[in-house]
Design a protein around this ligand. Structure first.
Ligand code: FAD
Ligand code: NAP
Length: 406
């Protein structure tokens, strides 16, 4: 079957894929293939609906109205809807992520109705670049949802392939060999309704939480709530390698800006940490009745794990996120040299470089990325460098780079 031709193939329908679609449509691309197994708003909807946001409602609102096609969707969606619900919330406060997830689903539904959008429910498994043509040409192979054979695969030819494939919680191996220690999934711990049913209520439980940023503090908060309310035999050992760090709202000669905008605690996690987890509060705080803090460093962590983990029943790693596996990417059909694991992300243009010799790299034509897997590298007024991860940050980045892609 001859592959159909599209102006772009966007892989992934989380917040980043949605934002890419809005921007490319606004720039006038008129046939865009959009590939995802479920088109349900991505990970925030599937896993984190119960998580409190660490950004203010106004940033979700700014995301929802960030492109002209999105504004058209909002105008044509019957009231009441996810956008009107979001608008009624206090814009200056944080909210439960289910509001943001519903907004993403409503934008997705609206985008999928547009004539310029070709919906492909499935997974991009591989893509090959023909670099002999004047314009880059990618042949993208997609396995349709729920199938495993080639007959139900489909292919699309495109000059632009955009990876918005997201990230999964980082899960290193359990540090010691302990028979009784089982892994608790971070996604379960971030979902109190599931966590409640996952952990037995009538047995002694000791849960090791590793990490010190947003996910770890929310894990501690959710486990503490269970210990306090329904699981009286639950105790927590908290392994962290640095002091708690908070976002700091500043207004100075640089204008209004946020120190540690992407790495510091914000919202409910910051409030809980500040009130109960700080070293001078934990011994007297209510959370301190259940949580034991164990400071670790790279030099002593193995000794401390060996000492404490044998007393634990579970361990949850809350130490960040790792890019989800990318499709197999090749050049000129050379399947002996897949390139996806060698790519270097260049957020200045939203593209990729491929090392090709000592100190040299080539731009991979027509290949782009966005989202938590491929965020923008930003520098604050003090010179600190961070990766900008968040709904509105994706939108801001894409408004800058998408015009270069077309
Ligand atoms: C716990 C948590 C809380 C967060 N809270 C906030 C917050 O309060 N405010 C904020 O602004 N940001 C927040 N973020 C950051 C960020 O907005 C989210 O991580 C967001 O989900 C990232 O969107 P994404 O589109 O990059 O990835 P995802 O939402 O993970 O979407 C990726 C999509 O790509 C699909 N996919 C992957 N591979 C393929 C393939 N080969 N073919 C087809 N489809 C594929 C996946 O199925 C998925 O649907 C939070 C992040 C986490 C982890
Ligand atoms: N809405 C919310 O409240 C919420 C909740 C969770 C996540 N998020 C978002 O999701 C993204 C990821 O957040 P995250 O908290 O999961 O991860 P993160 O911000 O990447 O932080 C990971 C933390 O784990 C520590 N760490 C890494 N490896 C470790 C190890 N081997 N042992 C002990 N500690 C280790 C890191 O310490 P070092 O700095 O020393 O490396 C860092 O403090 C962020 O954008 C965040 O804003 C938001």
């Amino acid at each position: 079957m001859t592959p159909q031709s599209c102006a772009a193939v966007v892989v992934g329908a989380g917040p980043a894929g949605i934002a890419v679609m809005g921007n490319l449509l606004e720039l006038g691309l008129n046939k865009i293939a959009w590939v995802d197994p479920s088109f349900d708003g991505g990970r925030v909807n599937r896993k984190y609906r119960e998580v409190p946001s660490n950004t203010k409602v106004l940033f979700f609102q700014a995301f929802a109205t960030g492109t002209q096609p999105f504004r058209r969707i909002i105008r044509s969606t019957p009231l009441p809807n996810a956008f009107s619900t979001l608008m009624k919330l206090d814009q200056d406060q944080t909210c439960s992520l289910h509001y943001a997830a519903d907004m993403c689903r409503a934008l997705t539904d609206g985008l999928l109705k547009m004539d310029a959008v070709v919906q492909v429910r499935g997974e991009v498994v591989s893509a090959d670049l023909d670099d002999t043509t004047s314009q880059p040409q990618w042949t993208v192979h997609i396995r349709r949802q729920g199938t495993s054979n080639d007959q139900t695969a489909t292919s699309i030819i495109t000059p632009r392939l955009i990876l918005c494939t997201g990230s999964d919680p980082t899960t290193p191996s359990i540090p010691i060999d302990a028979d009784k220690l089982s892994r608790l999934d971070l996604d379960t711990v971030l979902q109190p309704s599931t966590l409640y049913h996952t952990l037995p209520r009538t047995e002694p439980l000791t849960i090791a939480v590793v990490g010190g940023s947003h996910s770890a503090v929310l894990a501690l908060m959710n486990l503490y709530e269970l210990a306090r309310a329904t699981h009286p035999q639950l105790r927590i050992k908290w392994f962290t390698r640095h002091a708690l760090r908070y976002a700091e709202y500043r207004n100075d000669e640089h204008g209004a800006w946020i120190l540690r905008d992407n790495t510091g605690l914000k919202g409910q996690a910051a409030e809980f940490a500040w009130a109960q987890l700080e070293d001078d509060k934990l011994p007297q705080s209510d959370a301190g009745r259940f949580i034991q803090k164990i400071p670790i460093s790279e030099s002593d962590e193995m000794d401390l794990y060996a000492e404490h983990l044998p007393q634990c029943t579970h361990i949850v790693h809350a130490i960040g996120f790792t890019r989800s596996p990318l499709p197999t990417l090749t050049i000129a059909g050379d399947r002996t040299k897949p390139i996806q694991d060698q790519l270097q992300w260049d957020s200045s243009v939203g593209g990729f470089l491929l090392p090709c010799g000592k100190d040299t790299a080539m731009v991979v034509p027509g290949l782009h990325g966005a989202g938590i897997a491929f965020p923008e590298r930003v520098r604050d007024p003090f010179g600190n460098v961070e990766w900008a991860v968040g709904f509105f940050k994706f939108m801001k980045f894409l408004r800058r780079v998408c015009p270069m892609w077309v």
